[in-house]
Write a protein that binds this ligand. Structure first.
Ligand SMILES: [Cu+2]
Length: 692
């Protein structure tokens, strides 16, 4: 009894003397905003009326007590504390670790602050992060590790005037949906103009489609919610700590600073050996801290450029005459895997001549990535611990916009089970043409790099296209922790897992909630297309999940053979197919087809050949074959040709020729429609094509 009392004393009373409780109240509401300067929209969600959400500040050792209220009509809400070490129930992933916050309800988060540094918080519900639910979470150390006079927090984000729920649906209609809006459609003419036709064709040959810097067409990129603003007024000689948080939903940023190499002192909240760099490439959810001594009585630009080159934002630090940051050229759209994948040598800006290294500082890295980070201390893990090694292949299909790990979405393969006390080593192998910033909740991991024993600690690591990264951590935080790509749309379409300690059992309320976890569901998406021309008409509907697809097509063609004429007779054919996809290139088909005035049952398979040629072989219940070939030629950004061939060899008693074809030449200024000439094997026609 005495011992118990003593324990209670130590556990309950002693910290109360030292630690102070820091209380915050956060209320989420809908808000009308005009962040792009183009349009006022009503779907944004603000915390305490702010986008970004208010900056929360703590000191290491504090007890955080944060009340989160949801006043967003008809929506659930959650807040995840990104990069923070805390008990799993406080992590804020709804239906995994923490109760969801229903409309009109609230939830109080309580946890002891065990670390210091630059972190952030954001919603983990649906796509609310894209709608404004993100803010800075700053923890001051008990003792400043290096001197500085002022600090400024900069929250970077991407913003679309289109509701993010629609963005998600549009990407599932077509992974290339936003290429028109962004003006980044690759074409034969573009390749010729860039002197890169060979690269363009090589990328078609390898079926990679080329480097993919981002999927969404944004209307603005923001620093602290603004496209251009004064971040801080400061005088010459003052030392400024700049805390940079990439809170974007799906944008990597190049970050540069006026007239100086940037001195990076901290990454993902952890202090690193100071490193000078001309620019940073920051993945989503990464944070970096810079130390910047104002050199002159001038106003220095902190500039961010979206990696895909579609926009920039500026913030200013200092006073007086403006000193712009170096200008970065947009990336080469025709880069191949061999050129673009190993970051750091995409085109560099011209105005670099005036960059001077600080006296006594080391070499200047041109584009800082995790490869250049060196921990301040030895970060090696206990040699005695058993090591479990796992390879995680980051895989996906840009065309159908599904993303997975080892070929399975989180709904198919939810958990990675681990043993407490072991060293867990994950090797991410990126098999795609995109960067994936992989984030593990509730832990810091070592990112193994050239610095060996001093490999840096991070919570989010960029895995570049066709690159690989190995991370490791000691499993000493029992719980269930999400491991996912921090591209919001990749996560929503399957690229995630839950790292589950076998020693951990969630309390019954949480275990019950997990039965309703949306991560377990394979969501359904729709796409429709219609075509109307003088010589034919077509309607197509597709209902799709990750690997399953149902499609219906009805086509009517003028078989009379007169150009630009509606005259009879018109014949009708149609397909009702179910497809099961096995990977990005291969699916099997089964269903029914109507052709030559008779319905038939068919089975077959479909495969994407090099040069992005879609092929399909079908056999019907009468033993007759059909072969389909489809290929798009994108001549310019707005002009394309579709070539469709259907060959039915040895059709007996047919009124049709065995070879059917359609070749089009279409003008398409936006994704949703195209107009032009369409030629069939019977007649030349003109018409329009619309997609929904
Ligand atoms: Cu990703």
């Amino acid at each position: 009894m005495k011992r118990l009392l003593l324990l209670l004393f130590i556990w309950g009373f002693a910290p109360a003397v030292e630690a102070k409780t820091v209380h915050y109240e956060l209320t989420a509401r809908k808000k009308e905003v005009n962040l792009s300067g183009k349009e006022t929209v009503d779907f944004a969600i603000a915390i305490n009326d702010q986008i970004p959400a208010p900056t929360l500040e703590f000191t290491e050792g504090d007890d955080a007590e944060i009340l989160v209220k949801n006043e967003v009509p008809n929506q659930e809400l959650s807040i995840h504390w990104h990069g923070i070490l805390l008990p799993p129930e406080m992590d804020g992933v709804p239906y995994v670790t923490t109760p969801t916050i229903r409309n009109g309800e609230s939830l109080t988060f309580k946890f002891r602050i065990r670390q210091s540094g630059t972190y952030w918080y954001h919603s983990h519900t649906n796509v609310q992060e894209q709608k404004g639910v993100y803010g800075a979470f700053i923890i001051h150390p008990k003792v400043k590790p290096f001197p500085y006079d002022k600090e400024v927090v900069t929250v970077l984000s991407d913003w679309s005037d289109e509701n993010a729920d629609s963005i998600l649906k549009n990407l599932r209609k077509d992974g290339d949906y936003y290429l028109y809006k962004k003006g980044t459609m690759r074409s034969w003419l573009g390749g010729i103009q860039a002197g890169s036709l060979g690269n363009f064709l090589y990328n078609e040959w390898t079926r990679m489609g080329g480097m993919d810097y981002s999927d969404v067409g944004y209307d603005a990129f923001l620093i602290n919610g603004k496209k251009d603003s004064q971040l801080l007024t400061a005088l010459p000689g003052e030392k400024i700590r700049i805390r940079i948080i990439n809170a974007a939903a799906s944008t990597y940023f190049h970050v540069t600073l006026g007239k100086t190499p940037m001195k990076v002192v901290s990454a993902d909240g952890v202090d690193v050996a100071p490193t000078n760099a001309k620019e940073l490439l920051m993945g989503m959810a990464e944070t970096y801290d810079l130390l910047f001594q104002i050199p002159e009585h001038k106003n220095y630009e902190l500039k961010i450029m979206a990696q895909d080159g579609t926009g920039t934002a500026s913030g200013w630090i200092g006073i007086g005459e403006k000193v712009p940051a170096p200008v970065k050229l947009p990336p080469d759209m025709y880069a191949t895997m061999d050129h673009g994948a190993h970051s750091g040598h995409e085109g560099h800006g011209g105005h670099e001549g005036h960059i001077m290294p600080e006296k006594g500082s080391g070499p200047i890295v041109s584009t800082l990535t995790v490869d250049d980070l060196r921990a301040q201390k030895n970060t090696e893990l206990p040699q005695s611990a058993k090591v479990t090694d796992l390879t995680l292949n980051l895989t996906g299909d840009m065309e159908r916009y599904v993303w997975h790990i080892n070929g399975k979405t989180i709904s198919q393969d939810r958990n990675i089970s681990i043993n407490e006390g072991e060293v867990i080593r994950f090797t991410f192998v990126n098999g795609t043409m995109m960067h994936h910033p992989m984030h593990l909740h509730g832990h810091f991991f070592r990112v193994l790099n050239k610095n060996g024993t001093h490999s840096p600690l991070k919570h989010t690591v960029d895995v570049p296209p066709h690159g690989r990264r190995t991370i490791e951590f000691l499993a000493n935080e029992p719980g269930e922790w999400m491991l996912h790509c921090h591209n919001l749309y990749h996560m929503k379409n399957g690229m995630g897992r839950i790292v589950k300690y076998l020693s951990y059992t969630p309390r019954s309320e949480i275990a019950h909630l997990q039965h309703h976890d949306p991560h377990n569901h394979d969501h359904t998406y729709f796409y429709a297309m219609t075509e109307a021309a003088t010589n034919h008409a077509q309607a197509y509907l597709r209902i799709s999940q990750t690997w399953n697809q149902l499609e219906a097509r009805v086509e009517s063609r003028n078989s009379e053979g007169r150009n630009f004429s509606f005259k009879e007779p018109w014949e009708v054919e149609g397909d009702l197919f179910y497809r099961k996809w096995f990977n990005q290139f291969f699916n099997i088909v089964g269903g029914a087809t109507y052709f030559n005035e008779s319905p038939r049952a068919v089975i077959g398979l479909s495969y994407m050949l090099p040069f992005l040629i879609e092929t399909q072989a079908l056999v019907d219940h009468k033993g007759q074959f059909r072969f389909d070939i489809e290929k798009r030629f994108q001549w310019t950004k707005t002009i394309f040709s579709d070539v469709d061939l259907t060959w039915r060899p040895g059709q007996s008693g047919t009124i049709e020729s065995p070879l059917e074809f359609e070749v089009s030449l279409m003008y398409s200024p936006v994704w949703s429609w195209a107009a032009g000439l369409m030629m069939t094997d019977h007649a030349l026609g003109a018409g329009i094509h619309a997609q929904f």
